[in-house]
Ligand binder design. Sequence first.
Ligand code: PMP
Ligand code: GLU
Length: 405
Amino acid sequence: MEVATRPLIAERILQIEESATLAMAQKSRELQKKGIDIINLSIGEPDFFVPQFIKEAAIRAIEENYSFYPPVAGFPELREAIAKKLLRDNNLVYSPDQIVVSNGAKQAIANAFFAILDPGDEVIIPAPYWVSYTELVKLAGGVPVIINSSIENEFKIFPEQIEEAITSRTRAFIFSSPNNPSGLVYSKEELKEFAQVFAKYPDIYILSDEIYELINFKGKTTSIAEFEEIHKQVIVINGLSKAFAMPGWRIGYSASNPVVAKAIQKVQGQMTSGANTIGQRAAIAALEQDPEASPDLQKMIKAFQERRDYLVQKLIEIEEMIPNHPDGAFYVFPNVELLYGKSLDGFTILNDNDVCMYLLNEAHVALVPGSSFGSPGYIRFSYATSMENLQKAMERIEKALKKLH
Ligand code: PMP
Ligand code: GLU
């Protein structure tokens, strides 16, 4: 019998990591299934239900037989609703044909990388970053170039750092504001400074991931696409998973210059033929409502803010974890290096992975290590869970940490 000499799967796949956020969520589900009472603070998805008027729009879509293939880029009414939303909420002028609706913002980002990256092209990514940015860049043949930040500056990066990271191979820069996992929100002035750098490099794209746009406790989020000098270089990414509590409905979108939008459409036409029709019809209803007049959204933001305040305060009280002060999204990203070297029953904590493993086994609380976000030494708490769960989780964590010596 002949023996295979090649690995069973492609090198491209061997080079990428599994999504750490989804892997931890899966691990929690498996432990829960075994009867272990895990509190899952790993995945970033709102614990709220989809607002009733959005559900009704989906039910109507089923009854009206929206069961056929949609146009690849999305229903014209949805692309129109997105264009209006971008103008109403973000001061951005896009025509519907610049918008492509995808299976979540994740696919919108993947599409964009496939549309703009040639092999070896570099993509600058400030750390901490959302786990999928680096892996999607690699999948599309690109090379992630990481720039670091520090908790002392609330994980902000500065324009000089971007300038220093730019080479002749730089093709794109990707960031999120509000940020996952740090919750950092850039001000308009700070984004203007970034825009001034990119204006000097018209071949560089800026992927502006605005999925947490509406979960901002400081007020309105600015889009970097607002700055006229770089507007054509920006690919705006957004979706309905967070502010509309629709992560399982898988609706996201991109807005970009017409040439890129066409290329994104071409990629998507081969990959998925477009996003699910029921979710798209529901998204029209969701986006037509002004978020400032949405009681569901305002209730959710208030709850997130209370939980943020509680969690940060609690982490300040736990001396071994030093929290940041997030202004948006629903995460806190504390430093945990003071726990290194501590042990229990022969298990010694050496890094952020060990902190998460220890807290999973000893406190039954699921968290995600900072290394997965490019920032070792930190761990991510998602507070997209009830206050009751959060309080219970923090009691368990305090108890587990007291056992260490
Ligand atoms: N960007 C960021 C920063 C995220 O946290 C998420 C969450 N999954 C996404 C994009 C993708 O969201 P989705 O695919 O559910 O729209
Ligand atoms: N974005 C969320 C998170 O960071 C959802 C999971 C994922 O797609 O990564 O936890």
